[in-house]
Design a protein around this ligand. Structure first.
Ligand code: HEM
Length: 283
């Protein structure tokens, strides 16, 4: 019998000799992966597995987002606009997936969630360090998320690194400057740990981009899509929270939906929203 080419490039799969060949399960560590769900309810509540798998899936997508956003910044630093476009489009598709996954969790009724909720103890998505890293990479910087990650932990390390690195917006502004648009130096001189603030000179430059640089304005529109994607996730998450636990407090110790409502409609790229009212208006 002749060997057949496996889905993994260059690996030959012999039907009668699987022991010595790389298999799908070996490569993807499937045995370990499907052993990582550890429901805490006793007897096990049916819906807890879904709750765990959804959250683990989110964490995997957050990892991929960190990977893609880092690559996007690197490509912009290298003035590699085609790859930056390509990567940004992939990031947007991941955000769409993050939002649509909420539909699955919303099939869980308040009663079904209540059946195992106490088992979550104080665990909450609020403590997701990867989500906070993504926020930091997009420029939503503040020191508070660090306090939930013990010194020396992986989460703390990743958060500190993202906190002390330029955000996607700062990297984009550097690119804008290299492309010949006025971006005041003080935008870069502020502490990288500061949150993104709107800037009038930047907005004037962005208006010029929208008026006469089609390719760059398309890139700006993708950044608006990304900003809207994060806001969309926050909105869908809060609606899911409201329909599942109503006005109850969160397991992470916050006021729950009331707290989450305050995080809505806050853009990460405020300049791109502020200019909208001026686009096409003669000055
Ligand atoms: C039934 C499902 C869910 C409920 C009832 C719920 C509830 C909550 C609540 C009440 C908070 C506020 C913090 C606190 O716990 O006090 C919160 C925050 C958060 N949750 Fe969820 N959540 C659910 C599903 C998810 C999923 C699937 C994810 C995906 C990772 C997630 C990620 C987050 C994040 C990142 C925050 C922090 C948001 C922020 O501070 O801006 N949650 N959640």
């Amino acid at each position: 019998m002749s060997p057949s080419r496996c889905m993994f490039k260059g690996v030959l799969h012999w039907p009668n000799d699987t022991m010595t060949q790389l298999t799908y399960s070996d490569y993807l560590k499937v045995d370990e992966l499907i052993d990582l769900q550890d429901p805490r309810s006793e007897p096990e509540e049916h819906d807890e597995l879904l709750f765990i798998i959804i959250h683990q899936t989110y964490e995997l997508w957050f990892k991929q987002l960190r990977h893609e956003l880092a690559f996007l910044m690197e490509r912009l630093d290298q003035d590699d606009v085609p790859r930056a476009f390509h990567t940004l489009k992939r990031v947007l598709k991941i955000f769409k997936t993050l939002v649509s996954q909420i539909d699955i969790l919303e099939t869980m009724t308040p009663l079904e969630f209540e059946s195992f909720r106490s088992r979550l103890d104080t665990a909450s998505g609020f403590q997701s360090y990867q989500f906070r890293v993504v926020e930091f990479m997009l420029g939503h910087k503040r020191p508070q998320p660090m306090q939930f990650q013990p010194e020396g932990s992986i989460g703390r390390e990743l958060l500190e690194a993202a906190y002390h690195s330029p955000s996607l917006w700062q990297v984009f502004l550097r690119y804008l400057q290299r492309a010949g648009y006025t971006v005041p130096e003080d935008v870069f001189e502020v502490d990288v740990t500061a949150p993104t603030e709107p800037n009038e000179t930047v907005q004037d430059s962005l208006l010029r981009v929208y008026e006469n640089n089609h390719q760059l304005s398309e890139l700006c529109e993708l950044l608006v899509d990304l900003d809207e994607g994060l806001q969309e996730w926050r909105y869908r998450h809060v609606k899911m929270v409201q329909r599942t636990i109503g006005t109850k407090g969160g397991s992470g110790g916050s006021s729950g939906a009331e707290y989450l409502m305050k995080t809505l409609f806050k853009p990460v790229f405020p300049d791109l929203w502020d200019i909208r009212a001026r686009i096409g208006v003669a000055t």
